[in-house]
Design a binder for this molecule. Structure first.
Ligand code: NAP
Length: 394
């Protein structure tokens, strides 16, 4: 007889189909089981659309299966509140299920408590099945619930010796097509992509998701593009200001940007957010201060706009600034088997860096994947400096 884990794995797989499409809602999948067989499946496809439980119930009904006395497996505790759609607890009660199995509790203060409501109504409830995996799938959502700021992924492509460009600035392409294609999965997953002024100027990027494997619900306007440009030096002719791009570009700047430039950007429907300059990085004692917009305040601002995740795509100066401020939660490092060398060649991560190894964050939950000849190392920031910093910052 299949185990709870077997059915929950399927519910989690279904949840992941909508990666990048449900924010600010979590990714959720559901399966309905009768007589040891799955009779219906569902998942939450987009904010505002049916929740996974309701989608699965509708599919069961459409296929002529009764839900009376069946078991429903859900990758997140069913919601108990009226949001854009009615509470899932009502749908589960009305459908007559005798058992609910869920992976992890909902931490959203408005929506949580569904399991207790259903238990009190006489349904058998089992929680915590494949919990770690389910929390990983919704790590942006849980991080946002805890800190009200977006979860930050830093992504970079480097040579085996940790360079992202040659000493003359030649940087395209270090990694192979498989790695670059894979990078689009990160773009698809997040609410916004951040690059520095120098990358915008040097690479003329589009920062769009160009992934042939994108699911059919993908919104072409997603994600938002953000360029950090303290003084407005990225020209109006830059690729990121091209009017034919889907969705929005935001320029994050300081008072050093001339008003005239800000007006010209506004005429192109490009929003400018002016922030105070960064104070000293919190973990450095004799840090050189730069007049960059404060990335901590930026995350706070993006959090207030409901953004739950950002991808910092470079270059090394920007990634370094996020690291110096202990704001990186996860790293995607694409490493190609090529040696660039040279003391003047850009490293993957710039900024001030750490004075001792004891301070340098080590990754946890590390995974290694092979993408043809390249290696992708993914992991989460191990020490609790990020969590601690976000708490203080909040
Ligand atoms: N291999 C890779 O994964 C990868 C990815 C991206 C880029 N690249 C390459 O990296 C090179 C550019 O990297 P880079 O390090 O020179 O420049 P960068 O990180 O793209 O941009 C740095 C500039 O952004 C501005 N900025 C504004 N706010 C900032 C903040 N809070 N923190 C840091 N910078 C901020 C600063 O210029 P202002 O003071 O004028 O505002 C700063 O000089 C390009 O050659 C590009 O091709 C490689």
């Amino acid at each position: 007889m299949p185990t709870h884990e077997h059915y929950m794995q399927r519910a989690i797989e279904l949840a992941e189909r909508a990666v990048g499409n449900t924010s600010p809602n979590p990714l959720v999948g559901a399966v309905i089981v009768r007589d040891d067989a799955i009779v219906a499946e569902g998942w939450h496809k987009q904010a505002g659309e049916a929740h996974a439980e309701v989608d699965a119930i509708n599919n069961a009904t459409a296929n002529g299966y009764s839900t009376e006395d069946a078991t429903i497996y859900v990758s997140l505790e069913p919601c108990s509140h009226q949001g854009k759609t009615p509470p899932c607890t009502n749908a589960i009660l009305n459908a007559g299920f005798s058992k609910l199995v869920y992976a992890t509790s909902d931490t959203n203060t408005k929506a949580r408590g569904g399991a207790e409501i259903l238990r009190a109504a006489g349904i058998e409830v089992v929680g915590g099945i494949c919990e770690e995996q389910a929390r990983q799938v919704n790590r942006f959502f849980f991080h946002y619930q805890a800190y009200s700021t977006p979860y930050v992924i830093a992504k970079f492509a480097s040579s085996l010796d940790g360079r992202t460009a040659t000493r003359n600035g030649d940087s395209q392409w270090i990694t192979g097509p498989e790695s670059r294609q894979y990078g689009h999965l990160a773009r698809q997953a997040v609410d916004a992509i951040i690059v520095g002024a120098q990358t915008a100027i040097a690479d003329q990027p589009q920062l769009t998701v160009r992934n042939p494997d994108a699911h059919p619900y993908s919104d072409p306007a997603h994600p938002i593009r953000i360029v950090l440009d303290s003084s407005g030096r990225v020209p109006l002719s830059n690729s990121l200001f091209n009017q034919s791009l889907p969705g929005n570009t935001i320029v994050v700047s300081t008072n050093a940007m001339p008003e005239k430039h800000a007006h010209k950007l506004a005429e192109l429907n490009i929003e400018v957010i002016k922030l105070p300059c960064s104070p000293k990085a919190n973990n450095q004692t004799n840090a050189e201060t730069k007049n960059y917009p404060d990335v901590k305040l930026l995350l706070k601002e993006l959090g207030q706009r409901g953004m739950q995740s950002v991808l910092v795509e470079g270059g090394n100066t920007v990634v370094g600034n996020f690291l110096d401020h202990a704001l990186i939660n996860e790293v995607w490092a694409f490493i190609a088997p090529v040696l660039i060398g040279g003391n003047d060649a850009s490293p993957s991560v710039g900024g001030l860096g750490f004075e001792t190894l004891a301070l340098a964050p080590r990754l946890t939950n590390v995974s290694v994947e092979y993408l043809n000849n390249d290696i992708l190392v993914k992991g989460r920031i191990a020490n609790d400096s990020t969590a601690e910093f976000n708490r203080v910052f909040k």
